[in-house]
Design a protein around this ligand. Sequence first.
Ligand code: MV4
Length: 447
Amino acid sequence: MFKKILIANRGEIAARIMRTCNALDIHTVGVFSEADKEAPHVQLADEAYCVGGSRVNESYLNIDKIIEVAKETKVEAIHPGYGLLSENPKFARRCEDEGIIFIGPSADVIAQMGSKIESRKVMKEIGVPVVPGIAHPLKDENEAAEIANSIGYPVMIKASSGGGGIGMKAVYNQEELLKYYAGNQKRATDFFGDGTMYIEKYIEEPHHIEIQILADKYGNSVYLWDRECSIQRRHQKVLEEAPSPFIDEKTRQKMGELSILAAQSIGYSNAGTIEFLVDADQNFYFLEMNTRLQVEHPVTEEITGIDLVEQQLLIASGERLTIKQADIKREGHAIEVRIYAEDPETFFPSPGRITKLYTPTGKGIRHELAISDSSVVSPFYDPMVAKLIIKGETRMKAINHLQEVLDAYELQGIKTNIPFLKKIVSHQAFREGDTTTSFIEKNIIKK
Ligand code: MV4
């Protein structure tokens, strides 16, 4: 196992990774920006270094500077967390070239899964169901219209480099397709520097369900069940749970087995997530693979008892997986809510100084915090300031407990989405597990 690693991230995830490092006696090197001098993750690190200005481009995305700190402090490995450099093949390659272990899969695999067209092609070839559509770049809107006629409307035009809903448009007829194609492609080019487009059948009101996997460097892999992540607003997840209340055991097992097949076919090693769209009839379709630890990983940890960060560290240091598929338990039900520093009505960010923080404790309650009771929430970064994870024996017990804890939670000085979370958690459709990707617009923010 490693003796010393660098954590190239901030906020709750840097703190989360450091916690496991402490438990395993791994010395931690933190990095921070000008704005983050006093941030909790800096206090928690055994040593920490400033890597540049407040903007992420100047600091947390500054590859040269982060590599320089890694070399000076003689770390064996870098954990990238999520976001930032975690799925940047250039950064992974640079680590490889500098002889520092990147805690994640190879740069080639990151690049392959980063291309939606390429990952679709691979999954299709090995027999993982993909949404009906094409796996080659579109020439222009005329080719798009031709293919749309053959698969049938509605269809979705998507950017191969896409993410977060950008460069993506559902269209219901040829007129709409021709009208929106160019603008959608331009947004993709502006945002990703890549206007490569493809097209798929549009699945209406799907569930978004993902499978957590672990894979070592020797081709061994296991799946750690599923997470239901359908409750999101504008591609920003708000609440996640494990297991999904929607899929049946047969579907769950098939999705798990195909996810392992996917990992093995591409030579994957690390924790990873395969995202699927699942329709009302439990047909599932590969959407994309995330080659990092995810924000919502705690719900999987809660139902399996497995520390995913520890597994990532073991895998990266060259250990074999010791977990056997048959030994992976699935106990109880876990729900995570993301607490954002934002106005609960307008959703505008609400940075500022926190004046009071009370996080209820007790059995079944877990907090992941990016803040303390006097932190300043900076406008420069993601507004997610905390995660609350509740585990219960059953889904209903977890929901009721979550409601109590949200009622008792106190976070003052800034606006938060806690009132919005309470609306979701108390909603009958949510309590019944009727949670497609349209849940929030249909039930919470009615226009
Ligand atoms: C889709 C889809 C329906 N049909 N693709 C959204 C994020 C991007 N990675 C892919 N997304 C979608 N792709 C087809 N063919 C619906 C969505 C989608 C969605 C997916 C997951 C979670 C939330 C979502 C919200 C709206 C649309």
